[in-house]
Design a protein around this ligand. Structure first.
Ligand SMILES: Nc1ncnc2c1ncn2[C@@H]1O[C@H](COP(=O)(O)OP(=O)(O)OP(=O)(O)O)[C@@H](O)[C@H]1O
Length: 263
């Protein structure tokens, strides 16, 4: 169980002194649950994820994983962010094996585990290729394999499919669901795409415009296994989209008005 308790983040701001980006943020993600965070641009979604990932230190509040405090980067968490973190000078195999090697596995063991994941993400035959020889979708697959090979119990994803075309995005989303269902990790998935959030998640959490707090949570009672492409035609999907948008839309308008009046 991942628990975020009264999480708050303030950044110093030369003009205003301090700017509160996340405030009293409470959230629980159950083992194996897929939870999507959605909110207007700039509301603080990435900051929440960065704190859970240990990349930013909270100004106040705590993060617990299975009851123990999660402070700093932790081997139980795996990250997939907007920019793929592939090493351009390493082959696909070298990239995927890097995590297990760093964690102390022998070269043979790291390579064997990496090869297994390269196959599972559909890149068999490309293990000796370098990132610049791959398409954007293939590089995202490398990034997924790089993360999944470490068997994370908590998967933190921040717009992992941004920059991909709509079709590839749907294919990747379907592949992610298959991998996640086999792995059983808890997922915290940040997106500003409501359709993607509903298609993937068990629960969609709507955040307020900055400072980010939890506005409302919606259970996504759609059947699994799901195809992110086909589930969009389910009547319940359309209902959920309406319900969630009625909550999210106000926050998007607030953020938009703020941005346009500030400029
Ligand atoms: N290191 C930092 N120092 C100062 N301000 C920051 C820092 N990181 C983020 N911010 C500010 O915090 C606010 C929230 O940023 P964040 O990236 O968390 O939003 P977001 O909801 O993920 O946005 P988007 O959907 O556009 O990616 C922004 O106003 C941003 O300028």
């Amino acid at each position: 169980m991942l628990e975020l308790r009264s999480l708050t983040k303030r950044f110093s701001d030369p003009a205003a002194g301090a700017r509160t980006v996340v405030e009293d943020f409470d959230l629980e993600v159950k083992p194996g649950e897929f939870c999507a965070l959605i909110g207007p641009t700039g509301c603080g979604k990435s900051t929440v994820l960065s704190m859970v990932a240990g990349l930013e230190r909270p100004s106040a509040g705590t993060i617990l994983a299975d009851g123990a405090e999660l402070a700093g980067t932790d081997p139980r968490t795996g990250l997939v962010f907007q920019q793929d973190n592939v090493f351009p000078w390493k082959t696909v195999l070298g990239n995927v094996a890097a995590g297990p090697r760093f964690r102390g596995a022998s070269r043979a063991e790291a390579n064997a585990r990496a090869m297994d994941w390269i196959r599972r993400v559909g890149l068999a035959g490309f293990e000796q290729h370098y990132p610049h020889q791959l398409s954007g979708g293939m590089r995202k697959r490398v990034a997924l394999a790089q993360t999944f090979v470490n068997d994370p119990r908590i998967l933190l994803m921040d717009e992992p499919f941004s920059g991909l075309d709509a079709q590839t995005r749907q294919i990747m989303a379907g592949e992610l669901l298959e991998l996640w269902e086999a792995l059983g990790a808890s997922v915290l998935f940040v997106t500003h795409d409501l359709e993607e959030a509903i298609a993937l998640a068990d629960r969609v959490v709507v955040l307020t415009a900055r400072p980010a707090t939890v506005k409302r949570e919606f259970t996504v009672d759609l059947p699994r296994p799901r195809s992110p492409r086909e589930i969009r035609f389910h009547p319940r999907f359309v209902e959920l989209h309406e319900e969630i948008w009625s909550s999210l839309g106000d926050e998007v308008r607030t953020a938009y008005t703020r941005a346009t009046t500030a400029s």
